[in-house]
Design a binder for this molecule. Sequence first.
Ligand code: NAI
Ligand code: A1CAB
Length: 267
Amino acid sequence: MTVAILGAGVMGEALLSGLVRAGRRVDELLVTERRAERAQELTDRYGVDVVDSPAAVKRADTVIIVVKPQDMGALLTEIHDSVRPGHLVVSLAAGITTGFIESQLPEGVAVVRVMPNTPALVDEGMVAIAPGTHCDERHLTEAEDLLRSTGKVLRVPEKQLDAVTAISGSGPAYVFYVVEAMIEAGVHMGLPRATATELVVQTLVGSAKLLRETGEHPTVLREGVTSPGGTTAAAIRLLEDGKVRADFLAAIEAARDRSRALSSGNA
Ligand SMILES: NC(=O)C1=CN([C@@H]2O[C@H](COP(=O)(O)OP(=O)(O)OC[C@H]3O[C@@H](n4cnc5c(N)ncnc54)[C@H](O)[C@@H]3O)[C@@H](O)[C@H]2O)C=CC1
Ligand SMILES: O=C(O)[C@@H]1CCC=N1
């Protein structure tokens, strides 16, 4: 089965590298990329064939679209005449609905909408997938099999995908933001930057593992760290005073709203 990845920026490469690491043959992968120097980089790095989008679609069984939402309309026009009813089209673009994609392609094509995230680069991605109108179980299983090489896969109704985008799609950025702030705090208090970075990264990895392996609620784990009258309580009190929790809610709702706006063409 040949897979074409259309658009090989950050997310396209994350997917490509995941498929290669999962043992997929490079001669069954095709990539298209508008920027010539980027195309060359990918050929050098993975030995993959980089061709134009209509040619890639014609040679592929499954077409994975990884261009920005703003470039989606032009790309769908470019590949329209190369898409045939047997194709499975998988879109990773934030906000763009299966209904829009179906309306721009020949009648009856199976479309799956996907929201991945960048930890796919280290096989720890979180992917949510939702079927379009012409998808059956076989299409969903095929998409799941492809994406499982990058991490966990969860099926969701399409109406949940804007919220999913705001949580797990954008989520790594919020985590890195907190990591940056904690490292800076360490530096302010006189720790060497390398020491602060090592402390924060290992704390993050350890906390994530604790969450996953114990299955405990985060509140229970936080309470375990918070000794009565101790250091953690002093810090959490300030975060609560600063309404950081409410800010997270507002920020994540803003991401959800931006995803909705992208779907209505307000790019
Ligand atoms: N970066 C992330 O964390 C995530 C991104 N996504 C989605 O993935 C998609 C891509 O995002 P990024 O990789 O971050 O963007 P990017 O800008 O790094 O990559 C997009 C690539 O598509 C290429 N491109 C554009 N039009 C093209 C065309 N007609 N033919 C061939 N190549 C074309 C561009 O040259 C660029 O290299 C977006 O729709 C985004 O919503 C989804 C989840 C997470
Ligand atoms: O920021 C974005 O629009 C993309 C979608 C989710 C993560 N990155």
